[in-house]
Design a binder for this molecule. Structure first.
Ligand SMILES: Nc1ncnc2c1ncn2[C@@H]1O[C@H](COP(=O)(O)OP(=O)(O)OP(=O)(O)O)[C@@H](O)[C@H]1O
Length: 360
């Protein structure tokens, strides 16, 4: 659901304010340190209940304030507005949906799926597997309800098995968790492999805008245990080593995927800007798949899209977003920029010293 308005209090350097948005493209310009990224961060915190900047949300509380509050009105198809809010006092997070406390923070994510395109984007290629697993899990949480159940059950059994390994329990006490892990772990694997296969089809079509021979792009999925073994067998075979190491070394908690282009790792085969486009392409692919499977459009937060991208490529990204009916929040030092090409820019704002004013 698109954001119709956002009320901000006590967040980073931003003044207390209420902003109304367009369901299309919203642009925020301003000098360094004006508060543009903080504004995107506020929207991100509402959708994901965490920040892309700080590991603790306490740091986002404005200096000298005791808490922050973010309240958005989400626009349903019927034009009815659904209020959602999140507040943070040091160490304490509260979320409300439609006037009621949210049962789970993930309920916020279900209401408005967010995609972040900004700093640390390259981490999806350069960092270790956790970010890539998060990408898979996040995508599947939104399209497959049975996935959430299997994921939670797997995590619970894995924790118990690892606790038993740390406590140097007997092989029998450790293996008691294997049955559940195998049942759920194999489900996770089937869903992940299928999901990534679908994402790849979208990705190749999208990347056709950005690179030659996009069909030479390959996504290689690793499930976390040997490809030629059943998970139960792999777990049994690793028991001895697991007991030595004190944790479970095999399973979907080790899954990963990598990209190749023309048979080479993408960090060698693609330029830095092309790698950024690949990650944006992946996010566009995820949002397209989500829309096709659930009819739910995504929100995109673009922080300085122009960094590393030429104007033509920025235009192509914006065209894709327009085709997806995504609500877009974009920042740049100056406007008009390439973000304006689609003719879909509906609202422009200027940010200065934490104050946001609409440019008319
Ligand atoms: N908890 C906080 N309370 C008050 N101010 C903060 C807090 N956290 C960060 N700031 C300040 O907020 C300012 C705005 O930062 P922000 O990253 O939003 O700017 P920006 O407009 O995106 O700049 P740039 O174009 O340089 O990326 C910075 O000067 C930062 O020091």
């Amino acid at each position: 659901m698109p954001l119709s308005s956002l009320t901000i209090e006590g967040f980073r350097n931003l003044d207390s304010m209420t902003l109304s948005f367009s369901t299309g493209v919203n642009l925020f310009s301003g000098q360094n340190a004006a508060g543009k990224t903080s504004l995107l961060e506020a929207i991100y915190v509402l959708g994901r209940a965490r920040s892309f900047r700080s590991s603790s949300l306490d740091r986002a509380i404005a200096h000298g304030q005791e808490e922050f509050q973010l309240v958005a009105k989400l626009q349903q198809e019927t034009n009815r507005l659904v209020p959602v809010g999140i507040s943070r006092k040091p160490g304490k997070l509260m979320a409300r949906i439609n006037g009621m406390p949210a049962r789970r923070l993930s309920e916020l994510a279900t209401l408005f799926p967010l995609q972040w395109v900004g700093g640390n984007l390259h981490g999806l290629i350069e960092n270790g597997p956790p970010l890539r697993r998060q990408f898979l899990d996040w995508g599947l949480f939104h399209v497959k309800h049975e996935y959430i159940q299997a994921w939670k059950q797997f995590q619970t059994s894995l924790k118990q098995r690892n606790a038993a390994l740390r406590a140097a329990s007997s092989p029998k006490e450790v293996s008691i968790w294997d049955r559940d892990m195998v049942l759920c772990g194999e489900q996770l694997d089937v869903h992940r492999s299928d999901y990534l296969g679908k994402v790849k089809i979208y990705l190749i079509e999208i990347m056709n805008d950005f690179i030659d021979e996009s069909e030479s792009l390959d996504v290689h999925y690793r499930r976390g245990w040997s490809a030629d073994k059943e998970y139960g067998t792999a777990l049994k075979e690793s028991l001895l080593a697991d007991r030595e190491q004190g944790y479970t070394r095999t399973g979907p908690q080790r899954a990963d995927f990598t990209f190749k282009y023309r048979g080479k790792p993408v960090n060698e085969a693609l330029s830095r800007g092309q790698q950024k486009l690949l990650i944006i392409g992946l996010k566009l692919a995820q949002a397209s798949l989500l829309k096709d499977m659930t009819e739910i459009p995504s929100l995109f937060l673009l922080d300085d899209l122009g960094a590393e991208l030429d104007v033509q490529n920025q235009e192509k990204v914006m065209r894709r977003l327009a085709g997806l009916d995504a609500q877009v929040f974009a920042t740049a030092i100056e406007f008009p920029g390439a973000t304006n090409v689609t003719g879909k820019v509906n609202r422009m704002f200027h940010v200065k010293h934490g104050k946001v004013s609409e440019v008319v």
